[in-house]
Design a protein. Structure first.
Length: 346
């Protein structure tokens, strides 16, 4: 009886956590739309409570617009914006912040409900503390990112801050998913293979490096400097790869950032194929056998989307669609690797 009740409680908590995973994915996509529509600096203040509501009335809208006019982004990029244009970019930044608050509300309400129903086990306490810490720090990183673009001579948020915000969101996503899997995956579906486990761990680390460079690509708008494939503007190793001196060249030079992002993509794809070949040689659980091809399918789709995103980066409309799709499949790919790692974690 006790085992049955524990199983039902774990399943309920796990489903609640998976709801959070879905909401975090939507939040990351909203962040991508906010960036691609250049909406991130439209709200120049952080108001945790009153910011839940958008401006009400024409006077309130004009007041917000005046604050935006003080940014260098407006002065040098969007000086021709009308109030209607401002409302469009304001919506995406407001909705991004609103959804972040909604995630927090869903987690807090669920947490209180499960405590009242005594559905938490003692070993869940520390994981939940970590979960709420990661959620809180993510909000703080988001505001630091916005502030990086509100200083003189900055037209957009800093690319390092943007990448940090993006990667922190993915860490929260992965942690929440892993927590849910511990409650939902039956022990009989977990295989024990140290070789596959170590290789998959390495793949996840490499993917996080790749996603960091994806953040640099986005922040530097690096796709537009060489919107060609397979070469960079007709050259494999253009001189522009070394136009910045020192270590900064590998982080601040948009040509080098795109070159590294492409290179890691090729290496990562090959390693995923090698992992899949090795996985086929070992006995595995039913769930692993059914899903081990997912990373291969997703990485090939991701490479295709990456190529299209670079090629169409100069097109303001196309880049929104391809950029968001590229980001969405990146999350699916990451989650598929985490899923497979959990199934071979013995």
């Amino acid at each position: 009886m006790n085992n049955s009740l524990t199983h039902k409680s774990d399943k309920a908590v796990g489903i609640w956590l998976l709801t959070g995973v879905g909401m975090i994915m939507i939040q990351v996509l909203l962040g991508g739309i906010t960036r691609l529509t250049e909406s991130g600096l439209s709200i120049t203040e952080w108001k945790p409570i009153t910011g839940m509501l958008p401006p009400i009335g024409n006077a309130a809208w004009l007041a917000e617009f005046e604050k935006y006019k003080n940014t260098d982004q407006f002065k040098y990029i969007h000086a021709d914006f009308t109030l209607s244009d401002f409302k469009f970019i304001f919506f995406w930044e407001w909705f991004h912040r609103f959804w972040g608050r909604l995630i927090g509300i869903v987690f807090v309400i669920g947490f209180i409900y499960f405590i009242r129903k005594k559905m938490f086990r003692n070993e869940m306490i520390i994981p939940f503390i970590i979960l709420f810490f990661l959620g809180g720090i993510q909000g703080a990183i988001g505001w630091i990112m916005v502030k990086s673009g509100l200083v003189p001579e900055m037209y957009f948020v800093g690319h390092v801050e943007l990448a940090t915000h993006f990667v922190a969101a993915l860490i929260l996503l992965v942690y929440t998913l892993w927590f849910a899997l511990t409650l939902l995956v039956p022990p009989q579906h977990i295989s024990h293979n140290i070789t596959l486990k170590r290789m998959m761990t390495g793949l996840i680390i490499l993917l996080f490096i790749q996603l960091t460079y994806g953040g640099f690509m986005a922040g530097l708008r690096a796709g537009t400097v060489a919107p060609t494939w397979p070469t960079l503007n007709g050259e494999w190793f253009p001189d522009a790869l070394h136009m910045t001196k020192g270590k900064a060249n590998y982080f601040n030079n948009p040509f080098m950032v795109q070159f590294i992002h492409r290179g890691i993509a090729y290496i990562f794809t090959i390693l995923v194929l090698v992992w899949f070949i090795l996985a086929n040689r070992h006995t595995a659980s039913v769930w692993l056998n059914r899903t081990k091809a997912l990373p291969v399918i997703l990485v090939l789709l991701q490479v295709l989307l990456g190529i299209l995103t670079v090629i169409y980066s100069p097109n303001a409309t196309a880049i929104v669609w391809f950029g968001v799709l590229h980001q969405f499949v990146a999350m699916l790919l990451l989650m598929s690797l985490v899923w497979v790692l959990y199934l071979v974690k013995g």
